[in-house]
Design a protein around this ligand. Sequence first.
Ligand code: EZ4
Ligand code: CO
Length: 411
Amino acid sequence: MKTGRNLAITDVRVIVSSPGRNFVTVKIVTESGIYGVGDATVNGREMAVATYLQEHVAPCLIGRNAHDIEDIWQYLYKGVYWRRGPINMACVGAVDMALWDIKGKAADLPVYELLGGKSRRAVTTYAHATGNDVTETLDQAARLISEGFQTIRLQSAVPGMEGSYGVMGDKKDYFEMQSSRPLPPEQPWSTRKYMNSVEDLFRQARARFGPDVQLLHDVHSRLTPIEAARLGKMLEPYDLLFLEDAVAAENQESYRIVRDHTTTPLAIGEVYNTIWDCKDLIQNQWIDYIRTAATHAGGITGLRRIADFAAIYHVRIAPHGAPDLSPICYAAQSHIGLWAPNFGIQEFVGFGSAQSAEVFRHDLRIENGMIHVGESAGLGVDFDEEAAARYPYKRSYLPVSRLEDGTLWSW
Ligand code: EZ4
Ligand code: CO
């Protein structure tokens, strides 16, 4: 394809580094010297993405016009017989982010301007409060509220269960939990113990913070639809902004059951890779927030398509913001969040470790619980390859979950 303003791609660099945790970064360089960066991190499967990019994607990009974002997206999607899937879509996502970054730099405009401009002043986020008991969780929530966050995710250890989701005791992250043997840590799960304790967390939270603060909770896909329906009803008096991942939904129809029984708003999507994974959930209005990440669902182009489709059905976007998404993904999602008319909220766990700040330089800042996007052209985030080389890849896994009798469960 020949277009007027050619900006030929001359190099595609794939860097796996571990500044605090593993990230897969793509750097696309053009003949003009303008380059763009993208995040391709798939937590626990980083080398699969890196090899896919290096071996299968990079050769297809050399010589192409970096301005042809849509054609390159289609080429890497339809042009792969296999389509979809987390590995392919993270690679499409990273390339797509890098190309938007390049287009922004070439136009001397921040990416949100290319998307259509600002719909709001800044990007509202929610922060995480987690603790070994209800008091510890709520003390942390109180600190976050005093820092200016108005929406808090609450997770608390389930009494009688060693190591609940999101609660790590004296370990700072899942990396540390794997200690000397890099194999998935195992955590127990008991639906009964969880269901018997979770209401108290929200009862005490409302008693302590009153009605104005927005609260939410991540079930992390551990319930069946009818259990999730019961949980949604149980939590209705505490007025959640949303209940996240109540049920794993490879079968999207599962959410019909939950929806039929509760007015607690529902959110899902952090493991989805395309619009097809959430099509039924959205068009049947079984959910209220779609949580697909730019990295995992085909980049800015993929997320924008999902956002526009979701808007028709009163579904808002609430992109995943875990620590395994690099600052490049945060930047991409912040530009989308500034633009999307149906933006809901952005999950926020900080911009990463001190090591990560050496590697990723960005002009995002958080103030009163909102992300402010700077005025740099492109995504406003740069990647320092020399700094990254100081932090080599370390094999790492997310935990797995087992019932008390040993049965493998959803983590
Ligand atoms: O499952 O970090 O909403 N956030 C989450 C996180 C993610 C893990 C893996 O990406 O659910 O805990
Ligand atoms: Co989640």
